[in-house]
Design a protein around this ligand. Structure first.
Ligand code: UT7
Length: 338
């Protein structure tokens, strides 16, 4: 989706409905697991994990915590940050690949958990790119006039689909949730508007085997475990992430030189660094949470947005680019003005 100006007649202003972030929130489970935890049972080391990924620690959900619990906590924090009540919200979109149940959607569980009695709620599944896809969908709802205020959440419990004997994957992932509140605001249809300016979404199902879960409802009847050909996914990530960010910037009428903050999917510090280099962005313009959170899949971008916002790092008017790639393969980016 691009950011077309609404048609205007003579003397009419070309207003466009923009989706502006009014609040952010996040939740991380209490249990923190450092890299040393894995050296007890696997042939790995803190040095390897830090050196190859930048990950130092991650959070794992407690046995009695589900994805919806994490999502509800993040949603509450985002509503507080936006100064809104649950019934101010028209729609909830949750990005997750680790739902509590096959159905209902986690989003409806969040709706009930917040005590929200109106609106609609659904999940989006694009794995690690899920939040970017959810943000683009929520923006579409707002632009189409179907909603004025949308709660967009990324929430995951990837610890539930790890093969703890596979050192190539189990050291990478963590659990958590992040949320943003989007609200409609009329803009002039230019890149000076606040809110989401452009999105760029992509998938290539021919690459589905590179990163997948080997179980599911209609195949094995089990939840399955995550399988990844890490080095191949790495190559696609380095090639595709800067390209999607450039495409979205182009659609927004901006260039990499206009970017104040890159808020990337937090999978691997080496991928993030390579993407920033391709965009000619210094690392001090990149929000980094990978060391503390690991890869939280669809939760990683809203977690990073919320952490950076709570630190007061974003100023009104800043241009922010988010980008992510994950299973599918699916990848994409969103350009917004804070
Ligand atoms: O979020 C969704 C998208 N996912 C990603 O973006 C992840 C993309 N991939 C990656 O981040 C990296 O490929 C990994 C961090 C997963 C792996 O790093 P790599 O530099 O690509 O390593 P590799 O897979 O090529 O493996 C190099 C070596 C292998 O040993 P040999 O064959 O050279 O003897 C692996 O067996 O490292 C070994 N290895 C490990 N060694 C110690 C793999 N995992 C570990 C480990 N500890 N945990």
């Amino acid at each position: 989706m691009t950011a077309p100006a609404a048609p205007s007649g003579p003397g009419q202003a070309a207003t466009v409905r923009r989706s502006v972030i009014r609040g952010t929130g996040h939740y991380l489970p209490e249990r923190v697991v450092t890299n040393d935890h894995f050296t007890e049972s696997l042939d790995t080391s803190d040095e390897w994990i830090r050196g190859r990924t930048g990950i130092e620690r991650r959070h794992f959900a407690a046995d009695d915590q589900c994805t919806s619990d994490l999502a509800i906590a993040a949603a509450r924090a985002a509503l507080t940050s936006a100064g809104m009540q649950p019934d101010d919200i028209d729609a909830i979109v949750v990005a997750t690949s680790t739902p509590d149940f096959t159905f209902p959607a986690v989003a409806t569980m969040v709706q009930a958990g917040l005590g929200m009695t109106r609106g609609f709620a659904f999940d989006v599944q694009a794995v690690c790119a899920g939040f970017v896809f959810a943000l683009a969908n929520a923006d579409g709802l707002i632009r189409a006039g179907q909603a004025d205020r949308v709660l967009v959440i990324g929430a995951e419990t990837f610890s539930r689909i790890m093969d703890w004997t596979d050192r190539g994957t189990c050291v990478l992932f963590g659990d958590g949730a992040g949320a943003v509140v989007l609200e409609a605001e009329d803009g002039d249809g230019t890149s000076d508007d606040r809110g989401i300016l452009a999105t760029d979404l992509n998938s290539d199902g021919r690459l589905k085997d590179l990163l997948h879960v080997d179980g599911g409802v209609s195949s094995t009847g089990t939840a399955g475990q995550l399988r990844m050909q890490g080095n191949l996914v790495f190559r696609h990530a380095v090639e595709k992430l800067a390209a999607t960010a450039h495409r979205a910037l182009d659609k927004a009428g901006l260039s990499a030189g206009d970017v104040d903050w890159l808020v990337p999917h937090q999978a691997n510090l080496r991928i993030i660094t390579a993407t920033a280099q391709k965009m000619q962005l210094p690392l001090d313009k990149v929000v980094l949470t990978v060391a503390d959170h690991g890869n939280t899949s669809a939760a990683s971008i809203p977690l990073a947005l919320s952490v950076a916002n709570s630190q007061g790092r974003f100023a009104k008017g800043d241009v922010i680019v988010t980008e992510a790639i994950g299973g599918g393969l699916s990848w994409g980016s969103v350009v917004l003005r804070w």
